[in-house]
Design a binder for this molecule. Structure first.
Ligand SMILES: [Zn+2]
Length: 263
């Protein structure tokens, strides 16, 4: 599942369509991606409208049209593509938005993706999404209260809560805790004030770094990140060379350094 920086990067795939008008919308009616939005409404709602903006919040993206908004969640296998204006929809092309010069295609083989249509450019559900980690509204106070509320949960599980840390997924959570030198299984309620502050700061910083490196050009994080070592067996901590450990914490495979992140 793509995390916030990947979602930011993928959302820009449709950027060539900015400023251009929708000529026709082709929906594969029975596709599961329409479980949250009716194909007929999307077809009627987008026709003739100009694409004016692309935004992301956490794992959620949104395409802004004149007096319309199309929310899109990529799910596991969703992809955004730009094809020629005559593009014949392939088997997994469930939504094709034809503009005057090109077709914007949403392709999703497994259909965990989802759409949301609104006939307003600033729909309620979008406004009500939790504040972005990199935004000013994401505060130390809010994080500290949240850790207290979830005091019995392991830190790894807490970081995966989209209501507080939108867009943070498995690898980002591991990277944050490694930077904080906090064990992923540590209970949220046991952190001292200093540790809460470090946790807050590193969460924000990692999201910023990921957006800069991955979100803009799909760059590869440097070798000094856990990211480059966590996937393979025998991976070592880039800081001290200790063999990384792995276990399921918070329902997800978690990697950490037993030396940097003591229990
Ligand atoms: Zn280490």
């Amino acid at each position: 599942m793509p995390e916030l920086a990947e979602v930011a990067f993928y959302s820009k795939k449709w950027a060539p369509g900015l400023g251009d008008r929708v000529v026709e919308v082709i929906c594969r009616e029975r596709a599961r991606i329409y479980r949250t939005a009716e194909p007929g409404t999307i077809r009627r709602g987008l026709k003739g409208k100009k694409l004016t903006g692309i935004e992301t919040k956490g794992k959620q993206m949104r395409f802004v049209f004149e007096e319309a908004s199309l929310g899109l969640h990529l799910g596991m296998t969703g992809k955004l593509l730009v094809k020629g204006k005559e593009h014949e929809p392939g088997r997994h092309d469930h939504l094709v938005i034809r503009q005057t010069k090109r077709s914007l295609v949403f392709r999703d083989a497994r259909m965990f993706g989802a759409l949301k249509f609104d006939s307003s450019a600033e729909p309620d559900w979008w406004v009500k999404l939790p504040p972005e980690v990199v935004s000013r509204s994401f505060t130390l106070k809010a994080v500290s209260e949240y850790l207290r509320r979830r005091k019995g949960s392991p830190l790894k599980a807490v970081l995966l809560q989209q209501e507080r840390f939108p867009g943070v997924g498995n690898w980002m959570a591991d990277e944050i805790l490694w930077r904080c030198r906090l064990h992923p299984g540590r209970r949220a309620g046991t952190l001292g004030d200093d540790e809460v502050e470090i946790f807050f700061r590193e969460t924000k910083q990692l999201c910023r770094d990921a957006l800069r490196i991955i979100g803009t050009k799909y760059g590869r994080p440097p070798a000094s990140w856990l990211f480059r070592h966590r996937w393979r067996r025998g991976g070592k901590c880039p800081c001290d060379g200790a063999m990384l450990e792995r276990a399921t914490i918070g329902g997800r495979t978690t990697a950490w350094c037993p030396k940097c992140q003591r229990e």
